[in-house]
Design a protein around this ligand. Sequence first.
Ligand code: NAD
Ligand code: DAU
Length: 357
Amino acid sequence: MKTVFVTGGAGFIGSALVRLLIAESDWTLVNIDKLTYAGNLESLGAVQDEPRHVFSRCDICEREALDRLFAEHRPAGVIHLAAESHVDRSIHGPAEFIQTNIVGTYTLLEATRAYWLGLPDSGKASFRFHHVSTDEVYGSLNETGLFLETTPYSPNSPYSASKASSDHLVRAWMHTYGLPSVVTNCSNNYGPYQFPEKLIPLMITNALAGKPLPIYGKGDNVRDWLYVDDHVRALKLVFERGVPGETYNIGGHNEKTNLEVVDALCTLLDRMRPRAGGRVYAELKITVADRPGHDRRYAIDAGKIGRELGWTPRESFETGLAKTVAWYLAHPEWVAHVVSGEYRHWVEKNYSHRAAQ
Ligand code: NAD
Ligand code: DAU
């Protein structure tokens, strides 16, 4: 029975991690989240009455608030997911990315270090700071090759540069101060509860609303897709068994062009929710201006986490995508609340008794 901090636990991956850890551990989770536009407590409905889930509305840039949380809950470790996560937003407004991803990670590291220094030797040794990062720090691949843990960093967008900076800070806090840390770098996630700004949920929600499906450039950029539940199982494994100072790449061996992804979604929707009048969803595809600096291809070599920790993904792209479409079809109210902004009021209605400012 231990207490673990999860930052960003109201986001897409963080909420999946919280649901998994409540189901598959006996830990108490302190979920530290600022509730930006991407934070949605409705995604945590399944654990809202669970006493082992303690939600705290807190900005990771606020040192005093973090110090209070450490003093109150005395965690055995931190799994850090809180971040600004959307590449297009980082291109249009990088400031929040610098603030949360770099300054926020620095502030969290310093609050963690101050708390960690006060632990007895055994607590110091077993403590873990797990930083959840992205494969985008490695830059862009051409037609061949895979990202390894040893691939040099070469971030290209404000988002990936801010994540690369945070990875380097974590490395430095381990090397200089001895804070026992692990870093994971994962490929593109998809699955239930993903905010409909990212490719897959945007295409599903637009298609269901009869809106255009905007494909950047020629649609031939490649991403390596991983079902979110496979990612969070990997996070639990690395947090528990990863070696301090090591980094682990996580990916699904599911390389697809964006056009292949959109076509697969259209085919699934044609079968699961046929359009009226014999029309097909693919008619909604349009090409739009390319993303500035658009990375060509990402592909992960996940051999290390497989060999050393025994992790393999359970879902293929086909099974994971079918599950995802089925989830969005079965949860129109979650999508409607996101689109209308209703989800922003959910915290007052459902969490006011527990949410700490
Ligand atoms: P998300 O945007 O869905 O969620 C981010 C969460 O962080 C939100 O709940 C938000 O409210 C919270 N947050 C933002 N700023 C904060 C702050 N200053 N203080 C406290 N909380 C704050 O993101 P996601 O897709 O779930 O990604 C989670 C993490 O995983 C990120 O660090 C991201 O870089 C990384 N990652 C994401 C993917 C992916 O495909 N989505 C892949 C690899 C790695
Ligand atoms: O690789 C991991 C990263 O994957 C994570 O670190 C990021 O947090 C996450 O957002 C994701 O970044 P991408 O930029 O790859 O994901 P996104 O869903 O925004 O775009 C996927 C691809 O689809 C990319 O090549 C751009 C393209 N795209 C995206 C959108 C939103 C389109 O063609 N049309 C769109 O409308």
